[in-house]
Design a protein around this ligand. Structure first.
Ligand code: PGA
Length: 242
């Protein structure tokens, strides 16, 4: 793993955006795997800025988002559909048919999940996957468990994730308890992976991810097996690394 520690959140966001811009400029029809949550917000703001400054063109970009809550409409302000349009897609020239986000409203979830995986394969796989990390070491919504799914699937969110994400909702009871997530197989098949983490509450997960044993009980630890992982950490998230 290529571990990079930066001084603060704005540096983290700028560096992450620079990696994405470089990728898209080298290969305009890049397939990007995208993450939501508070960590990548600054990166999206930087990417929008670079687009407005004409330093990057997203017209051939293809994206696949990692996950979406189950039970929220795509218009719900906490849905990841809403998040992605608000922070990124509405401000750039990506073509709407190149945007892919798991749909939790489909009646036949299993079929929709299979279709999502098929589309990733049809696009040629993911070139660069952006990841955050949960306080419990989840990636996407692949929660710590004895067994993990390789493909896109419906998952029960863990208590830690519901507690962590309750900050975005009026109360803990309003947080959906299920989500659709890309599986660890699709993530591990990405050509390159960029993991971003900031804040003291991520330090333990980062330590275990980098230096702990590889275990499905800390899904991010599987990334130790990937050939091309870049980590962007602020000082707090990196504070338990040697
Ligand atoms: P966060 O979420 O960026 O909001 O901390 C990361 C995650 O849960 O994967």
């Amino acid at each position: 793993m290529d571990i990079n520690v930066v001084d603060n959140y704005s540096e983290l966001s700028e560096k992450a955006a620079a990696i994405v811009v470089n990728e898209v400029n080298c290969r305009p029809d890049t397939v990007l795997g995208l993450a939501t949550g508070s960590t990548p917000e600054g990166m999206y703001a930087q990417l929008v800025k670079k687009y407005q400054e004409r330093k990057v063109d997203f017209s051939d970009l293809i994206t696949f988002n990692l996950d979406e809550y189950s039970g929220l409409s795509t218009e719900h302000p906490q849905s990841y559909h809403y998040y992605m349009h608000k922070h990124f897609f509405d401000h750039i020239n990506i073509k709407s048919h190149n945007i892919n986000i798991p749909h939790s409203e489909d009646r036949d979830i299993a079929h929709a999940c299979g279709e999502y995986d098929r589309k990733i394969i049809e696009a040629g796989g993911i070139n660069l996957q952006i990841l955050g990390i949960g306080v419990n070491g989840h990636i996407g919504f692949n929660e710590p468990a004895e067994h993990l799914n390789t493909g896109t699937h419906l998952v029960d969110l863990s208590d830690e994730t519901i507690a962590a994400n309750s900050r975005f909702f009026n109360s803990r009871d309003d947080v959906p308890y299920q989500a659709i997530t890309m599986g660890v197989g699709s993530i591990m098949h990405a050509e390159k992976i960029l993991v971003m983490a900031c804040g003291k509450n991520k330090a333990r997960a980062i330590q275990l991810m980098c230096c702990g044993k590889v275990t499905t009980n800390l899904p991010a630890s599987l990334l130790q097996l990937h050939r091309c992982v870049t980590l962007l950490l602020d000082r707090e998230a990196a504070s338990l690394l040697e």
